[in-house]
Write a protein of this length. Structure first.
Length: 639
C-alpha cells in the first residue's frame, strides 16, 4: 500500500472553491452547507489512504477507552448505589443519563455542523473528564447523578462525532464495516472487563475505579484530535479553508450570534430536553409504592410534559424554527428514515427490560461472582460485534441490507423466548441456558442495529448525515429511557411484595425488615447468605419471578421490531457518500431527462420499482456520481 496514495474521492464533482448550490427550502437547514460540514468535507478531501487509516486507528483507541470505561462503570455504579443504599434507583440514574443523551444528540449534530467536528469533539472530552471526577468523588445519590449527567453529555458527544466522522470519510458499501470500528473493542473488553472490575474493587474503591478514567480517556483521545488537527492544518496550508471562519472567529463576532441562535435552534433543543425530562423521569421516581403515583411531584411533571412541553416543541419545530433540530420533513420518508428510527427505539426499549437488572439477577439468583456476572452482561456486545464485522465484509459484496435486518429482528424475538425460560437457578444447566440466550441475542444484535444506521445515513445528503445520525442515536437513548422506565416500574412495583411473600413462605424472621433490606442492598444478602439458606432461596425465587415479568414485556416489544424491519426499502449501496436519489431532490430531474414518469409520493422516487429497489435507466451507472446531487460533493485534492 502506498501511504501517499489518495483514496477514491467521496465528493468528486465540484472543486472546493466553487460556490455551493442551494437546495431545499428556508424552513430547514437545507440551504447552503453549514461551515462545519464544508470544513470536514475539505479536510476529508486532503486525506490520503495512510491518513485515513491513522484516523481509523485513533478512533479505535478512543472507542476502546470509553467502551471499557462504560462496561466497568456499570459494575461500579451498581456497587456504588448498593453502598449508598439506593440500588433500586439504578434505573433513575440510567433514565437521567438517557434523557441527557437523547437531548444532546441533536444539539451536538447542529453545533458540530456549524462549528466543526474538531472543536466539539474537544469540548466533549472535557465534559467526559469533569463528569467522571464528580461521580468519583460523590457521597450521595444527587452528586452521583449530577456527575453522571456531565459524563453522559461528554460521552454522547464523543460517540456521535466518532460515528459521524466515519460516515464523513467512507462510502456506503464500506460504511457498515468501518462503522464497527468504535464497537470492535468490545471483542476484547467483554472478557477483560470482568477481571478489571473485580481487581479494582478488590484492591480499592468504586470511586477510584471511576475516577481513573478522568486521566486515561483524555490521554487516549489525543491521537484522534491530533490526526484531525494535522489534516486541518494541511488543508489550511493549501488555502482551502480561507473562506470558512474558524469557530473562535465566529464567536468573536456578535453580529453572528443571532444567526448562531437560529442555526443551532437553541429554543428547540431546550424544549426537547424539557419534554424528555418531564415525561420520562417521573416514572422511575414513583418507586415501589402505588400511592406515590398520586403525589404532586409525579403528576405535575407528566402533565406539563404531555400538555405543554411536547406540543410546544412540535409547534416550534414546524412553525417557527428556521433550522429545526428535528427536521420533521425527513420523516415523510417512512421507509428509509422513520422505520429505522422506530427500530432503534424499540431495540433498546426491549433490550433494557432484560438487561437493566441483569447484574443483580446474576449475582443473587444465579450465584455468579463479579467477574462472571460482568462477562455475561457483555456477551451481547461481544457476539454482536463479531457478527457485525463479518456482516460488514459480506455487505461490501452483496450491497443489500434489508433481509439481514429482518433476520436479526426474528432472532431477537427468539432470544427473548429463551430468556423467559432461563431466568434463574443455581445449576449449571440454568446458567448455560441464560448464556445461550444472550449469545442468540448478540447474534441478532450484529445483524440489524448498525445496518439500520447505515440505511438511514444513505437516505440523506451529506450535509444531513450528522442530523440523521443524531436522530438515530437519540432514538437509541429514548429507547433506553423507555426500557429503563418500564423495567423500573415493574421492578419497583413488583419486587418488594414478592420479596415479602417469599420470606414469609420460607419462615424468615422479621420478613418485612429483611425484604426492605434486600430491596435496597441486594449485594449485602449475597455476601451474607449462601445458596441453600432460607433467606437466599426466598430472595432468588422473588428475583426469578420479577425477571419473568421483565422478559415477557421484552418479547412483546421485540415483536414490533419485525414489523418495522419489513417496512424498510432495500436499495443497492454504491461507492458514493449517500444514495444518488437521496431525499429525492435530483431523481425527478434525472427522470425528466430520461422521459420517465415521476411519482410524487414522498417515499417513492420516479426510478424506484415496487420492490423498493432502484430501477436504473439504460446507460445510467449507479456506481458513478453522474446524476447525483452535485451540491453535496467536492473535488478531492491530489496529495
Amino acid at each position: 500500500m502506498n501511504p501517499n496514495k489518495s483514496p477514491d474521492p467521496l465528493y468528486p464533482d465540484l472543486e472546493v472553491t466553487k460556490e455551493l448550490e442551494k437546495q431545499g427550502d428556508n424552513d430547514t437547514a437545507f440551504g447552503d452547507k453549514s461551515p462545519g460540514v464544508r470544513r470536514i468535507e475539505i479536510i476529508a478531501s486532503c486525506f490520503t489512504t495512510w491518513h485515513r487509516w491513522v484516523l481509523f486507528i485513533s478512533v479505535f483507541l478512543v472507542a476502546y477507552s470509553y467502551g471499557l470505561d462504560g462496561t466497568v462503570r456499570y459494575t461500579y455504579q451498581a456497587t456504588a448505589l448498593s453502598e449508598l443504599g439506593t440500588s433500586s434507583q439504578i434505573s433513575t440514574v440510567t433514565v437521567v443519563r438517557s434523557v441527557v443523551a437523547a437531548a444532546a444528540q441533536p444539539a451536538y449534530a447542529k453545533i458540530s455542523d456549524y462549528f466543526g467536528r474538531i472543536s466539539i469533539l474537544f469540548i466533549s472530552v472535557v465534559f467526559y473528564a469533569i463528569g467522571t471526577i464528580v461521580q468519583a468523588t460523590s457521597n450521595n445519590l444527587s452528586a452521583f447523578s449530577g456527575g453522571a449527567v456531565l459524563y453522559q453529555f461528554g460521552y454522547t458527544g464523543v460517540q456521535l462525532l466518532v460515528e459521524v466522522l466515519i460516515a464523513d470519510v467512507t462510502s456506503l458499501r464500506s460504511r457498515l464495516f468501518f462503522s464497527y470500528i468504535p464497537a470492535m473493542p468490545f471483542i476484547i473488553n467483554a472478557w477483560v472487563s470482568g477481571n478489571v472490575a473485580s481487581s479494582v474493587l478488590g484492591a480499592t474503591t468504586w470511586g477510584w475505579g471511576i475516577g481513573m478514567w478522568a486521566i486515561i480517556f483524555p490521554a487516549m483521545a489525543i491521537p484522534l484530535l491530533g490526526s484531525l488537527v494535522e489534516a486541518e492544518w494541511r488543508a489550511r496550508r493549501k488555502g482551502l479553508l480561507d473562506e470558512i471562519p474558524s469557530p473562535l472567529k465566529t464567536l468573536a463576532q456578535p453580529s453572528l450570534w443571532v444567526e448562531i441562535f437560529w442555526q443551532v435552534d437553541i429554543v428547540g433543543l431546550i424544549l426537547l430536553a424539557a419534554t424528555f425530562a418531564l415525561i420520562l423521569v417521573p416514572f422511575t421516581l414513583a418507586g415501589g409504592t402505588s400511592g406515590i403515583w398520586k403525589a404532586a411531584h409525579i403528576i405535575a411533571p407528566l402533565v406539563i410534559g404531555f400538555v405543554v412541553a411536547l406540543p410546544a416543541f412540535i409547534i416550534w419545530e414546524t412553525k417557527f424554527a428556521k433550522h429545526p433540530a428535528v427536521p420533521f420533513r425527513l420523516f415523510k420518508d417512512t421507509r428509509m428514515v422513520l422505520a429505522p428510527i422506530c427500530i432503534a427505539m424499540l431495540l433498546n426499549t426491549a433490550w433494557y427490560t432484560q438487561g437493566d437488572y441483569l447484574y443483580y439477577t446474576l449475582t443473587l439468583a444465579f450465584d455468579r461472582d463479579i467477574t462472571s456476572a460482568t462477562r455475561v452482561q457483555n456477551i451481547y456486545s461481544f457476539c454482536s460485534v463479531v457478527v457485525g464485522v463479518a456482516l460488514g465484509l459480506v455487505i461490501r459484496r452483496v450491497r443489500r441490507l434489508k433481509w439481514f435486518i429482518v433476520a436479526g429482528t426474528l432472532l431477537f424475538v427468539l432470544a427473548f423466548g429463551l430468556l423467559i425460560r432461563f431466568r434463574g437457578g443455581f445449576s449449571a444447566h440454568d446458567f448455560a441456558g441464560l448464556v445461550g440466550a444472550e449469545v442468540v441475542l448478540g447474534i441478532a444484535g450484529g445483524l440489524f442495529p448498525y445496518p439500520t444506521q447505515v440505511m438511514i445515513q444513505s437516505a440523506v445528503q451529506h450535509e444531513r448525515t450528522a442530523t440523521v445520525t443524531s436522530l438515530y442515536l437519540a432514538s437509541y437513548s429514548i429507547g433506553s429511557a423507555l426500557g429503563n422506565t418500564i423495567a423500573a416500574s415493574i421492578w419497583n412495583n413488583s419486587l418488594p411484595s414478592h420479596l415479602l411473600n417469599a420470606f414469609n413462605r420460607y419462615g424468615v424472621a422479621d420478613a418485612a425488615t429483611m425484604a426492605a433490606s434486600v430491596f435496597a442492598s441486594p449485594l449485602d444478602l449475597v455476601a451474607e447468605y449462601p445458596p441453600g439458606t432460607p433467606e437466599r432461596e426466598a430472595a432468588s425465587e422473588a428475583y426469578r419471578e420479577v425477571q419473568r415479568y421483565l422478559t415477557i414485556t421484552g418479547i412483546c416489544i421485540s415483536t414490533l421490531l419485525v414489523f418495522a424491519s419489513l417496512c424498510l426499502r432495500n436499495p443497492r449501496l454504491g461507492d458514493q457518500q449517500s444514495l444518488p436519489d437521496a431525499e429525492g431532490f435530483q431523481v425527478p430531474t434525472l427522470a425528466k431527462e430520461r422521459g420517465l414518469h415521476h411519482d410524487h409520493s414522498p417515499t417513492r422516487t420516479a426510478v424506484e420499482n415496487e420492490t423498493g429497489n432502484v430501477a436504473v435507466p439504460d446507460g445510467y451507472d449507479p456506481g458513478s456520481t453522474e446524476g447525483g446531487n452535485k451540491s453535496t460533493k467536492i473535488m478531492a485534492n491530489k496529495v
